[in-house]
Structures are given as C-alpha cells and as structure tokens.
Design a binder for this molecule. Structure first.
Ligand code: GAR
Length: 229
C-alpha cells in the first residue's frame, strides 16, 4: 500500500495553468500529493471550469464580497479547513495575504513566482527583466512568509533571454518551466523531503552538479572543453 498522499488546495485567480500542471502530476501513481480543492477569489477564473471538469471540488471566495481583507481571509481559511487541506499551493493567486493568514499556514503554503527571486518581486516581472537586460530569467517556488515574494526558496528554473524577446515570448518560455518545477517542489514538501525550519529550507534534494546555462550560449570550443571536462 502506498504512503498517504497530502491533501493540497490550490488557490487561483485566473487561467490556472500551473494548477493544471499540479493536477496532472497528482495523477501519477507515486505522487505524494492529491488536489482536494481549487479555490478562486475570482468567480470568472478560467481555471475553475478545468478543475470542475476534472472532478475536483471548487469554491469561490470573492474578495469583493467582504468589507475587509481580514474578513475575506477568515472565510478563505475556513474554506481551506472544510476541504481538510494540509498544504496550500498559490498558483497565480493575485491577492496579498496578511501576516495572520500566512502564520496559520506557515511552512505549509507555497507560491510560484515568475522570476528568479530575489530579483523582480511583485508584478510585471518579464517586462522588468527585459528592461534590466538580464540574460537569464526564470521562476521560483518558495514558502510563503509575511514579506511578499521573500520566503525561503524551494526550487528555481532558469531560461535564456533571447535578443528578440517580447514580454509575451519570455513569459511563455518561463511558464513552461513553471509547469515543471511547481509539481516537483510541491512533491518535495508533500513527501517531507524538504521543509521550512527557522526561515530556511532544510532537507535533501537532488541537483545536477554539472548543469549550467549561459546566455549567450558558450560556443568557443576551447571554453566548452574547460567547462565540461
Ligand atoms: C504564473 O506565471 C505565475 O507564476 C504568476 O501568475 C501566472 C499565473 O498563471 N504568479 C504571480 O505573478 C504571483 N505573484 P496561471 O494562472 O496560468 O498559473
């Protein structure tokens, strides 16, 4: 008999492509998590219909229906409890959460952010990466702490920035990587392989010591030889 799978609620505000990647991963036989609910603050979020079609419980907690952020979060918290959530995955959830809410889920709530944190916290990350002229960009999965986009980093994925990139082409390249690293990072947490301790990520994870990415690509034969030998 397999190990009991951790129940994960996914919070979305829109398209929900990361949520879909998590749902797909959860269907693998050895996946250490299952998606118990998809919750949106936006009634029209496209991701809700995908979740419903996939037979996953859905709920809407519309922030506009509440007088304060605290009142909204109280119902959001109750909703997470109703679904017996053990972990919370923010996946394009575009509401800032208060320290009180975050504390309730400390070490049990993850977020995906479309930049290599701590670069480009907040919004418009791809535009800002292009403006800054970085040659490598990417995405980060981190534990959520009270400071926006600042929690301990679980996983990162990098892509090159190409000379003719637009905000959209760069976003699309990063998104593909988001769909790979989010399920991976969530599995690390759900299986207990990594956890948050004293504001850091502790545990065991695999990394390819030889892996590297340069942009522009290194093409000179002499340099390649040095790096790969
Ligand atoms: C993703 O790129 C995610 O990293 C980003 O919103 C997009 C949601 O797409 N999240 C943030 O910017 C959070 N600050 P999705 O709904 O298709 O997953």
């Amino acid at each position: 008999m397999g190990v009991r799978r951790k129940k994960v609620s996914v919070l979305i505000s829109g398209r929900g492509s990361n949520m879909q990647a998590l749902v797909r991963a959860s269907r693998e036989p050895d996946c250490p998590f299952e998606i118990c609910a998809v919750i949106s603050n936006e009634p029209q979020a496209k991701g809700l219909s995908f979740a419903a079609d996939a037979g996953i419980a859905t709920a809407v907690v519309d922030h506009r229906q509440f007088e304060s952020r605290e009142a909204f979060e109280e119902v959001l918290h109750e909703t997470l409890l109703v679904f017996e959530s053990e972990l919370v995955a923010l996946a394009g959830f575009m509401r800032i959460l208060t320290p009180t809410f975050v504390r309730n889920w400390e070490g049990r709530m993850l977020n995906i952010h479309p930049s290599l944190l701590p670069l480009f916290k907040g919004l418009h990350t791809h535009r800002r990466a292009l403006e800054a002229g970085v040659r490598i960009h990417g995405c980060t999965v981190h534990f959520v702490t009270a400071d926006l986009d600042s929690g301990p980093i679980i996983a990162q994925g990098a892509v090159p920035v190409l000379p003719d990139d637009t905000e959209d082409s760069l976003a699309a390249r990063v998104l593909k990587v988001e769909h790979r690293i989010y399920p991976e990072a969530l599995a690390l947490v759900a299986s207990g392989t990594v956890r948050m301790l004293d504001g850091r990520v502790v545990g065991d994870w695999q990394a390819d010591e030889q892996a590297w990415l340069s942009s522009p690509a290194v093409t000179r034969r002499s340099l390649l030889k040095d790096i790969t030998s």
